[in-house]
Write a protein that binds this ligand. Structure first.
Ligand code: SAH
Length: 353
């Protein structure tokens, strides 16, 4: 039975499905989920992420966190955590760069929040030398200084979509039309959690809500504020999302999110306002374009140094990767980053409060 058949039979017996349940099922179904059944990153996969484009990304991210660790007195032991680490490439590049920072490798304990058993296995292979631990929920993070990275993690969390109807909202749901999955609308209802969106929307506007994001960040920030640490969050999105940003990607092209459940990656823009609100009591940085952040950290001299050792096709790929990560018309502006430090502590290098 395909995931599409499973969903159709479930909707037939139980009625229309919320979009967040649909996304969770498509991405993480134990047998057919997108992340559970494959390693989707890289040229042969469906999409490519910054750490898969160049080692420079993970190196600079690692060194930025290492500087925060030094600024806070190099606590030992400490947790280096990653949310949704994919193939483990970012973590591996970060650790290689940080091995040059005195005492870092002796003090580090790696913890990963990863829902996919297939990706956990890939990460275990990439990081064999570091004995990483995996956790199922963020509450399971060890209670000690915590430095964390999240790259394209929050955009993979399930969202709900609501369409404004007077002072109420109608939820976008998945039902069945002519035997196939189709979007429909639930009844108009009040949504107390969306009260703040009445002021900036009008009838017919669609907004998105990702209820899973804030509790994860908020738990991390409480941990960081009481034990020390810092965090870096990279993603694409907006300050208050407006409009339908649900996107399905298959084979590097956009697809219909309902056409082949479990076969395409589903993401939505992150709402940076909601994320920043969840950073209390820590201090967040300004939301900064990824390209600006990487340039401030010295990606260009690093790229030039690496270029010395390359020639021919490898050199061309390397030059293209540098451009892809930083250029405003590529990922440089679309992707944003913000940092998090405990109240009163120095902000991470490359970012400003
Ligand atoms: N950070 C990686 C991968 C980004 S893709 C990179 O930059 O290459 C999203 C990652 O988050 C995948 O590893 C996926 O399995 C994981 N993920 C998605 N939803 C999750 C959830 N609810 N809990 C934990 N991990 C999740």
């Amino acid at each position: 039975m395909s995931l599409s058949d499973i969903l159709i039979s479930q909707i037939t017996s139980q009625g229309p499905m919320r979009l967040d349940s649909y996304m969770t099922t498509c991405l993480l179904h134990p047998e057919h989920g997108y992340y559970t059944t494959r390693t989707p990153f890289g040229a042969a996969g469906d999409f490519i992420t910054a750490p898969e484009i160049s080692q420079m990304f993970g190196e600079l991210v690692g060194l930025s966190l290492a500087q925060a660790w030094l600024d806070q007195g190099a606590p030992k032991p400490f947790t280096l955590a990653e949310l949704g680490p994919g193939r483990g490439t970012l973590m591996s590049d970060a650790l290689r760069a940080c091995s040059k920072v005195d005492g870092f490798i002796d003090a580090v304990e790696i913890t990963m929040l990863e829902a996919s058993p297939a990706l956990r296995a890939t990460q275990a292979k990439t990081l064999t030398d570091f004995d990483p631990q995996w956790i199922d929920t963020i509450e399971d993070l060890p209670k000690q200084p915590t430095y964390f990275i999240a790259n394209e993690f929050f955009d993979a969390l399930p969202i709900r979509q609501f369409i404004r109807d007077g002072a109420n909202w109608r939820e976008r749901q998945i039902g069945i039309q002519d035997g196939v999955l189709a979007f429909g609308l639930g009844p108009a209802q009040s949504q107390p959690a969306l009260e703040h969106r009445i002021e900036d929307t009008k009838d017919g506007d669609l907004i998105e809500d990702c209820a899973a994001a804030a509790p994860i960040l908020s738990t991390l920030c409480e941990r960081i504020n009481s034990h020390g640490g810092a965090g870096l969050v990279f993603d694409y999105g907006d300050w208050r999302t407006l409009g339908d940003t649900l996107q399905a990607i298959q084979g590097h092209a956009t697809a219909d999110p309902l056409a082949a459940p479990g076969h395409s990656d589903l993401t939505a823009h992150v709402d940076f306002e909601a994320l920043l609100r969840a950073t209390v009591p820590c201090t967040p940085s300004r939301i900064t374009p990824q390209g600006v952040f990487l340039e401030r950290l010295g990606i260009t001299p690093r790229a030039q140094a690496l270029a010395q050792t390359l020639s021919g096709e490898a050199l061309e790929t390397h030059v293209a990767a540098h451009r892809r990560l930083t250029h405003p018309q590529e990922m440089g502006n679309l992707f944003k980053v913000f940092g998090i430090v405990p109240e009163g502590k120095a902000m991470l290098p490359g970012l400003e409060v």
